[in-house]
Ligand binder design. Structure first.
Ligand code: SAM
Length: 236
C-alpha cells in the first residue's frame, strides 16, 4: 500500500487545476506526502466532438452531464489506488456544506476522487451508482450558498483545506490548533483572535499593551476574549 494520500480530479478543464502545482500543495506533492492525478473527462468520450452533455429529461434550460463518460473516468481512476476505499466527492451547490470538521475528517481518506461538474451538473445516477458500489463512499459537497460555473474552484478550495492538515505539510503544526473554526471554547468553535506584527506603531495604530507584556497567561486570556467577541459579532 502506498503511504501518500491520493487525489484524482476529473474535469473538462484540466488547466483550471494548475494552481495545485504551487505553494503548500505543490511542495506536499514534491515531498511525496500526496499524489495528484488530473484527468480530462473528454478522453472518455467516443464521438468526434468529445460530447459530455445532453438535454435534460423532463425539459428545462441548460444541459446535463452524461453518466457514461463519468462512469468510464471514475472506473479508470479506481485502478490508480486499487487497494483503497475510494471516496467520490461530487461538487454541487446542492451538497452538504464544507466545514473545517469535514476537511479534517477527509484527511483520513486515502483516495479522494473529485468530480467537477459543469453546465447544470452531473446526471444523479453517477452518485447513486457509486454509492452502492463496494469500497466506495460518495459525498456531495458544496463550498457555500452561491453558484459557480464549475466544480474546479470548489475542488481547489476543498483540497487546500484538507492538504494543509496532513502531517508534514505545514512547517509548525501547532499553528493549526489555534485557527478559526478549530479554536474551541466551552461554547463551541470560535474564529481566531486578531493578529499583530512589527512595527509596534503603524499609521497611528498601536499594538495592544497586553501583547507586549510577556505575560503568557494574560495574553491567552485576552486572545480568548477577542475570539469570543469576534465569533459573537458574526453570529449577530
Ligand atoms: N444547476 C445546478 C444547481 O442549481 O444546483 C448548478 C450547476 S453549476 C452552474 C455547475 C457546476 O458547478 C456544478 O455541477 C458543480 O460542480 C459546480 N458548483 C457550482 N456551485 C458550487 C458550489 N457552491 N459548491 C460546489 N460546487 C459548485
Amino acid at each position: 500500500m502506498n503511504s501518500a494520500n491520493r487525489f484524482d480530479i476529473i474535469t473538462i478543464f484540466p488547466d483550471y487545476l494548475a494552481p495545485l502545482k504551487l505553494s503548500l500543495i505543490g511542495k506536499a506533492e514534491a515531498a511525496g506526502i500526496i499524489e495528484i492525478g488530473i484527468h480530462d473527462l473528454r478522453e472518455q468520450t467516443s464521438d468526434l466532438h468529445g460530447s459530455v452533455d445532453d438535454t435534460p429529461y423532463g425539459g428545462g434550460a441548460g444541459m446535463v452531464m452524461s453518466p457514461e463518460p463519468w462512469g468510464k473516468a471514475i472506473d479508470s481512476v479506481i485502478e490508480l489506488a486499487p487497494d483503497e476505499l475510494h471516496e467520490l466527492i461530487v461538487l454541487t451547490p446542492a451538497g452538504e456544506k464544507l466545514t473545517q470538521e469535514m476537511a479534517s475528517e477527509l484527511t483520513k481518506s486515502r483516495h479522494l476522487i473529485f468530480a467537477c461538474g459543469r453546465y447544470e451538473g452531473i446526471d444523479i445516477r453517477v452518485s447513486d451508482f457509486y454509492a452502492s458500489e463496494k469500497n466506495f463512499k460518495v459525498r456531495e459537497i458544496s463550498i457555500g450558498d452561491y453558484v459557480l460555473g464549475g466544480g474546479e474552484v470548489a475542488t481547489l478550495v476543498i483540497m487546500e483545506a484538507i492538504i494543509r492538515l496532513l502531517p508534514g505539510v505545514i512547517g509548525n503544526p501547532a499553528s493549526l490548533d489555534e485557527e478559526s473554526h478549530t479554536l474551541k471554547s466551552t461554547r463551541g468553535a470560535l474564529v481566531e483572535y486578531p493578529s499583530y506584527t512589527k512595527p509596534q506603531e503603524w499609521r497611528g495604530l498601536s499594538v495592544p499593551n497586553v501583547l507586549l507584556s510577556g505575560n503568557h497567561g494574560e495574553i491567552a486570556k485576552w486572545r480568548m476574549q477577542q475570539a469570543l467577541i469576534r465569533t459573537k459579532k458574526l453570529a449577530d
